[in-house]
Ligand binder design. Sequence first.
Ligand code: NAG
Ligand code: NAG
Ligand code: NAG
Ligand code: NAG
Length: 359
Amino acid sequence: MREGKPDPAIAVFLAALFVASAVPLINGADGEEPVTQLSNGFTATHLADAPGRFEPVLYSHNGVFAFGFLRVGSASLDLAVVHLPSSFPLWRATPDRVADWSRPATLSFDSRLVLTVPRVGELWSTLNVVGDTVALLNSSDLVIRLFNGRGTPWRSFENPSDTLVLGQNFTMSSPPLISKNRRFSLRFAKTYMALYMEFYGGSKRPMYWQYTAREAQPENATQPPVYGRLDSRGFFGFYLLGGDQSVDMLAFDTFVRNLTGAFRRMTLDDDGNLRAYYWTEGSKAWTSDYKAISGPCELPTSCGAYGLCVPGGAPRSLSYYVPHQGMQIFVKIHVTEDQNLREENVVSDVRQGMLAVQA
Ligand SMILES: *[C@@H]1O[C@H](CO)[C@@H](O)[C@H](O)[C@H]1NC(C)=O
Ligand SMILES: *[C@@H]1O[C@H](CO)[C@@H](O)[C@H](O)[C@H]1NC(C)=O
Ligand SMILES: *[C@@H]1O[C@H](CO)[C@@H](O)[C@H](O)[C@H]1NC(C)=O
Ligand SMILES: *[C@@H]1O[C@H](CO)[C@@H](O)[C@H](O)[C@H]1NC(C)=O
């Protein structure tokens, strides 16, 4: 398990991902300014033999974030907003049909953003949006705007992928956070947020972790729903929609240290855990200061089908997957004080997506 250490998957990714491309410049007299706005008629082409893993086309004013073509895995192409100091993609377009890095692709803006591959067609777009310009805000929010401050018809903050950043509101009506491997999701309900296993093809989604806002009242029908937001002071706050009335907070390890000036993200990782990370000036890696699930055997990914998860030291709880009606059921067994495991009295608790073994 990756307890307390920087995520090795991320470390590998960081080593591999390299922001190699030259900064795209506005063709102006001084020719020095990075591109900070795209207007209608903009097009950029990804070259099939592009050397770097990230080809930026748009920068935030603070120079910390860029939006562009990202190579994912060995050969896939995606669009992403990348945190430049760490090369970490904070947002990805994640088209349903995957584009191939070894083929040319075009990103264009013509009232909406569109990713097109010749002879394949449109792979991704911001659907029915009508906007005038595209910008990347200092917060990493990619926005399509109308002229004269008449609104923001589309923003990446309202279409998250696997990560939330500082100031990004996550609500009941937000699309869920989906892990990169697409096996897990984080969703908000009226008074709680929860982690689920995703089964594409219509089966039920088993929930494996839930956190209810302490001061939210599920029985009060007139109380507005709760939403969440990552705070620079080192916590994930829960508030009542329509205002900033706080109903709870999940404090991170750095909360008591009053660590200011760090950039923070909360990511639903591929092992199904939800973790918060921070990056300070001069950091070499992201540091995790919160995880939703601390017992490795509480995670649905600890082991494959029929694999047995035994945490360090005396085994107190075991978990494994069982294929059941086309699904993988996460099974958790608690070991009794006398270290006996009794396998009778298996009770199925489908609501929790688990089979509990009564010892
Ligand atoms: C974004 O950051 C730049 C550089 O730090 C700053 O000059 C600019 O005022 C910021 N923009 C906003 C809207 O805060
Ligand atoms: C229900 O919630 C609303 C809004 O938070 C509050 O004004 C009201 O007093 C609550 N009602 C009860 C019975 O607690
Ligand atoms: C998040 O919600 C708060 C409170 O409703 C609001 O003030 C803020 O502008 C929202 N942030 C974004 C990025 O939409
Ligand atoms: C935390 O940091 C802020 C800004 O540096 C400072 O104003 C505040 O007094 C600090 N609080 C504590 C409890 O140290």
